[in-house]
Design a protein around this ligand. Structure first.
Ligand code: GCB
Length: 618
């Protein structure tokens, strides 16, 4: 998988050659073309990295704003060299990280400095770190998320490039680190691109930068980089899966233990460093929203020990039902953006997560749709502990360039990174491959391949997507051909907001082409917290509450409705929501305002969930 086209690489190479010739450092090609990323080893995803000993690189980093991508040049204009001149030096160097201001990591740059609020483009981060690398150890740089494209250098050596703003990844720094002081330089470019995932336009803010934790991880030469363990769907009395040991000789001994359950399995790696695991596991307390039991899991291979906390449960469909541990379940949920409560910017700490999931619990919910991209790993860890089921999504949002193979490769990479990170979370039951995509042949072919890919990567979970519906407020059809490729069908509809009145929903007839479980993945309307009026006055809390009441009535008439994730838990920043005095740059469909004020509709949904009044388990 390569992110940049060979042609772009060639253009960049030519541009560099051309630049060498200019004594003044001006380069026409550099100025016009974002420089293509050079080839470096691919990044990886170290599974359960948050359970390992890490050296946090969170904190203050120096930064340089680089809208013209000047620092990507070479020689004296290349910022990656991190050159600081000794006092008295007369050398011409036109940047200095040490003299540049600092910004916090993790954190989008936009909400940290007023002057950066609307900045989209190139941005350099730099800091130093003291290390004492040991023989027999490997070092990885872990990036929780970097929106949208990134390059990393350690001690001037390019380590990795990455595209995709919401997935975690790791790049190996073993050969670049040295004893003593090390320079870490990271370039992040938040420019929206047409062939990106997502593409140019979204209904959310393009928060740029190192938005989640950054750390250094040290592991033995041969170590567990990946594993997958799940309860066998057929019998619910065995745990099966595999462990992968990176850098292992064939025949390396691997063991898996669940000490609390007195379970043990072992085996030896094959030529690919992999060992299949299967252990009888009767008498486990199965994970569910009512009993979110997590077991301590200890994995050992060669000199490496990795521990994790995992729940065991099965998820499957049977006709139009969703079965958790073999029993029909109804999913009382809500959609959530990774927008930080109270302070804006991206969710990236325990407090943000506790606030958002606390509101879900208060609603009486047992389910969340983490829209529209993978969220911070803290979310899925917390969901595991709290017993909240999760729909996780990649930002294949609206009309990405479905006819381009490299766009498919980008979406596939994001799916891979998302799945590999969160396969150890019992809470995650649904992988969503897309949201509201146009019904055409190239879209259907692209997303059918995505569904197949997800089933291969994770046969133990279900595939969904949020589909558009067809028809008018009198008759609505759920018959998008993509439904064939999905296990569970999500559908978005906005009767009472984008079409018709809230009352029109009372008479809407639903025609559904599939005998599969349905989740209404979005419905809702906007309200400004504290704005009151009559039920038919748009933007008032009363209008939104009334809309919810009529929606709940309508949706309950759909017999195969197995869940709901109304849009949306909290107001979120969006550059396409500009109505002064009401929106002011925020999508106001939240049940809670961005300042934590609950709107009247919160109570309507809460009542429905507490009285089991939305959707049916069977
Ligand atoms: C949608 C999108 C969501 C928007 C929402 C809205 O259909 O999936 O991203 O924010 O509608 O508020 O219009």
């Amino acid at each position: 998988m390569k992110v940049f086209l060979p042609k772009a690489v060639a253009v960049a190479a030519l541009s560099l050659l051309a630049c060498f010739g200019f004594a003044g450092g001006w380069c026409a090609l550099d100025a016009q073309q974002p420089a293509a990323a050079p080839a470096v080893p691919p990044t990886t995803v170290l599974v359960a990295v948050d359970q390992r000993q890490t050296l946090s690189l969170n904190g203050d980093w120096h930064y340089i704003l680089d809208p013209y991508q000047n620092g990507l040049g070479s020689g004296r204009s290349g910022y990656s060299a991190d050159e600081e001149l000794p006092a008295g030096s007369n050398k011409l160097v036109e940047y200095s990280f040490a003299k540049s201001p600092t910004i916090k990591v993790p954190g989008d740059w936009n909400t940290q400095k007023e002057s950066l609020m609307n900045y989209e483009g190139g941005f350099w981060y730099e800091r130093h770190v003291q290390l004492q690398p040991q023989a027999g150890q490997r070092t990885f740089l872990h990036i929780g998320a970097a929106n949208y494209r990134l390059r990393v250098w350690v001690n001037g050596q390019l380590l990795c490039t990455h595209e995709g703003g919401f997935t975690s990844f790791d790049c190996e720094a073993t050969k670049a680190v040295k004893a003593g002081e090390n320079s870490v330089v990271i370039f992040v470019d938040s420019t929206r691109i047409a062939d990106g995932v997502p593409t140019l336009k979204t209904d959310w803010y393009n928060y740029g930068g190192l938005t989640r934790d950054v750390s250094l991880v040290t592991v033995p030469t041969s170590f567990i980089d990946d594993f997958e363990l799940h309860l066998d769907r057929a019998t619910r009395s065995a745990i099966e899966g595999y462990v992968h040991v990176e850098g292992a000789q064939a025949g390396t001994r691997v063991s898996v233990d669940l000490p609390d359950a007195k379970l043990h399995a072992e085996g030896t790696t094959d030529a690919n460093g992999r060992v299949a695991i299967r252990m009888a596991a009767t008498g486990l307390t199965l994970w569910s929203p009512e009993t979110p039991k997590l077991y301590h899991v200890v994995l050992k291979a060669a000199d490496d020990t990795l521990t994790d906390e995992m729940g065991f449960r099965t998820i499957e469909t049977s006709g139009t039902k969703i079965l958790l541990n073999g029993k029909p379940i109804v999913l009382h949920g809500v959609s959530i953006h990774a927008e930080a409560p109270f302070r804006s910017g991206r969710v990236n700490n325990d407090q943000d997560v506790a606030t958002l999931l606390g509101w879900v619990k208060e609603l009486g919910g047992n389910f969340v749709r983490l829209a529209h991209y993978p969220h911070d790993q803290r979310m899925t860890r917390a969901a595991d502990k709290l017993g909240i089921l999760v729909w996780s999504e990649v930002p294949v949002y609206w009309a990405v360039q479905f006819d381009k193979e490299d766009v498919f490769a980008k979406s596939q990479q994001q799916l891979h990174e998302e799945i590999r990170r969160d396969r150890d979370k019992a809470s995650v039951i649904l992988w969503s491959i897309a949201n509201e995509t146009p019904n055409n042949a190239s879209r259907t072919a692209f997303l059918t391949r995505s569904a197949e890919f997800v089933h291969q990567e994770d046969p133990a979970r279900l595939v969904t997507a949020a589909l558009l519906v067809r028809g008018d407020v009198k008759t609505k059809y759920i018959d998008d051909p993509l439904g064939k490729a999905l296990d569970v069908i999500g559908f978005n509809e906005y009767i009472g907001w984008y079409e018709g009145t809230p009352e029109a929903a009372d008479a809407t007839e639903w025609k559904i082409a599939y005998d599969k479980p349905l989740i209404v993945s979005e419905f809702g309307g906007g309200a400004k917290a504290g704005l009151h009026g009559t039920d038919d006055q748009r933007w008032t809390e009363e209008y939104q509450a009334n809309l919810y009441r009529h929606q709940i009535g309508m949706l309950n008439k759909i017999p195969q409705l197995r869940g709901a994730t109304p849009w949306v838990l909290m107001d979120f920043r969006s550059p396409v929501r500009e109505l002064p005095g009401i929106q002011d740059g925020f999508n106001r469909k939240g049940l809670v305002s961005d300042q934590g004020k609950k709107k009247a509709a919160f109570g309507v949904l809460q009542k429905a969930y507490k009285e089991n009044g939305l959707g049916h388990a069977e």
